[in-house]
Design a protein around this ligand. Sequence first.
Ligand SMILES: Nc1ncnc2c1ncn2[C@@H]1O[C@H](COP(=O)(O)OP(=O)(O)O)[C@@H](O)[C@H]1O
Ligand SMILES: [Mg+2]
Length: 475
Amino acid sequence: MGEDGRREVEEAWYYISTSTAELREITKMERIGPHSHIQGLGLDDRLEPRSNSQGMVGQGKARKAAGMVLKMVQEGKIAGRAILFAGPPSTGKTAIALGMAQTLGQDVPFTIIAASEVFSLSMSKTEALTQALRRSIGVRIKEETEVIEGEVVEIQIDRSLTGATKTGKLTIKTTDMETVYDLGTKMIDSLSKEKVLAGDVIAIDKTSGKVTKLGRSFARSRDYDAMGADTRFVQCPEGEVQKRKEVVHTVSLHEIDVINSRTQGFLALFAGDTGEIKPELRNQIDTKVAEWREEGKAEIIPGVLFIDEVHMLDIECFSFLNRALEKELAPLVIMATNRGMSRVRGTKYTSPHGLPEDLLDRILIVSTKEYSPSELEQIVLIRAQEEDAQLGEDTLQTLASVARESNLRYALNLISTANMISKRRKSEKIEVADVKRAYEYFLDLTRSQEWLKGQAGKMIFEEGQQQSDDRMDQS
Ligand SMILES: Nc1ncnc2c1ncn2[C@@H]1O[C@H](COP(=O)(O)OP(=O)(O)O)[C@@H](O)[C@H]1O
Ligand SMILES: [Mg+2]
């Protein structure tokens, strides 16, 4: 890449830095998911697990281990390593991983994939894994940028006849000077989106075009009678209108890849449909990033890649991961599985947790255990609060015993359905009868399997499906 190529990559950061902010906004709007009650690992300063904190109950050893691992990540000591959470279904493996994600700082990347996502039609397995790994490595970039800051004197907008294009002028001043800028359509849109008026004090990032309203100028405080109570008044800035400022962005290697891959463009980040990225491009980007590090412009932040249901990966994926962990730029890889001894996919060999031995060798294993009745009760209660459901007398015990006899996840699902049933009969509380009806409408796995047996010959795809893989560990 020549001088020009380099500028291209640099421009990419600015686009990315705004688009990642928007992406975060989008992911924040999540509905009440099965783990939405988890806000962290619930550990104290000395990494000791509190019995019921941040939505977490029990599983103390695994939570503490998770906390220790995070500490090492934060101190930059553990890149290139791997952890495996192993334990029966519904023992909080995914929940603990999400608790870890919440504990890490805003700019430490944490990527979550289910192993089966790797098998997609649009890209090879190794490309899917490479993308996941590169999503989990952050690059913190320090940068000088030009900022225009001052009080708006006047905004003048001229529309073309069709209204499709707009041009305009922005007059902006400080206590010392006044400057007029020409405006294009994009900038006019940003200004009107922020509802910028004459008398507002604003800042414009010249490279990204981002407009920030800092407040209203004191000088204009008597212009209007009716002004919102929350209007913030600020002094008109002093000095130059245009200033240099240092800013810091964090983007992932994958985001830099996508933005610079000509065929995809940065919109692909939103669609999630990035296709394959050429290895040459990745090499160029890695070289560039290494240069930036040497120049002190960039810092690598190794993040975390969480691969859930990792036994679904096959031997090719495992050897690829093993090699990837040895590279210089590797994140911490956390895996979870509910398999005991089982076949490594793509081979005829059986191995602990369905992972090949060379990978097991470098892994720290953390086990999760079944919950006690009182822990199950507490988790059910936390979920009921999360879903704004009031539990009638004995309902808590009923749900907890379903959790014990069937499984926890099923019992938690019953809260939402029973809640709906109780609301339909205009009750404020979920009573045992509501849980019973939900229990009858929706089968748990054991009853579903019994029902399937009774349906012999009537359903399609029943033969050999389950034997073809080491699945159905509960059967
Ligand atoms: N220790 C815990 N504290 C609070 N909620 C938990 C805990 N463990 C599991 N849960 C909740 O129980 C459900 C099942 O747990 P999950 O993490 O999906 O189990 P696994 O991944 O081990 O199969 C999820 O809704 C999860 O948020
Ligand atoms: Mg899970």
